[in-house]
Design a binder for this molecule. Structure first.
Ligand code: UDP
Length: 235
């Protein structure tokens, strides 16, 4: 598979065309940002960890009937993926209150929620990815009503699978962000990554944070936390 021109560079990944119009190569970087780019840095080894973890989790999700963009892992930092158009939506699920939700609603971090919350943000950096809901998404043509129902249904199923999967590994899945894309033949698939950059992982026994909050909040031992999460997933 030939890697052709780069079509996109985001905060944590680069996307390349290939000689097949239905396939992309995604290369994971060590760069880290927080607060919509206000804080910048690098986390040594992050590209390798997030690529490997995403590939393992996507394979597991595929085996449980969730369609994803992943074709296969190509190298430590690269994966071959189906070409998709990403819906401009950040789909967030919360099982326990934390982060922006705690600040916005005044619910202390760690409060276990009675039901998972399905939350949407509009991917728009100029407006700091504003919180929206499903009616906004449809009214703004970010997706159709039918696509929204599919996205919601897939998301809640993914949450059920991931919660149980991480619990077995001694990790409480507090919240996470996922993205969906549409393939050239119109199928909706899970895209982007599932990693310590995009999830809150708390150790079940100690409550220790094993995710990007260590970077956002200058808590130290960032690389160690990411390595520990890869060990739990792959080890
Ligand atoms: N998240 C993400 N990218 C974003 C915003 C949030 O991956 O641009 C993830 C974040 O890691 C967390 C969940 O989505 O697992 C909920 O984040 P929250 O809204 O609490 O935002 P934060 O506190 O990070 O600003």
């Amino acid at each position: 598979m030939k890697k052709l021109e780069q079509i996109y560079e985001g905060k944590a990944k680069k996307v390349f065309k290939t000689d097949d119009p239905d396939l992309y190569i995604i290369d994971y970087k060590d760069d880290a940002t927080a607060g919509n780019g206000a804080k910048k840095g690098t986390i040594a080894g992050k590209g390798v960890i997030n690529n490997k973890m995403t590939c393992s989790i996507y394979k597991m999700l595929e085996s449980k009937g969730i369609p994803t963009h992943l074709v296969k892992m190509l190298s430590d930092t690269e994966q071959l993926d189906k070409a998709v158009t990403i819906f401009p939506l950040e789909v967030i699920v919360r099982n326990t209150a934390a982060g922006s939700m705690s600040k916005r609603v005044g619910v202390p971090e760690g409060t276990v929620l009675t039901e998972p919350i399905f939350e949407l943000s509009y991917k728009n950096d100029d407006y700091n990815d504003p919180l929206i809901n499903d009616d906004y998404a449809v009214a703004l043509n970010l997706c159709t009503r039918d696509e929204m129902s599919q996205i919601r249904e897939m998301t809640l199923k993914i949450n059920d699978i991931l919660k149980a999967y991480f619990l077995e590994k001694g990790v409480n899945l507090v919240d996470f962000k996922i993205e969906f894309g549409k393939t050239n033949d119109g199928a909706i698939v899970l895209a982007d990554e599932i990693s310590p950059d995009t999830c809150r992982f708390w150790d079940v026994k100690t409550g220790e944070k094993l995710d990007k909050d260590r970077f956002r909040r200058d808590m130290g031992n960032i690389e160690e936390a990411y390595q520990e999460m890869l060990k739990r997933v792959d080890g």
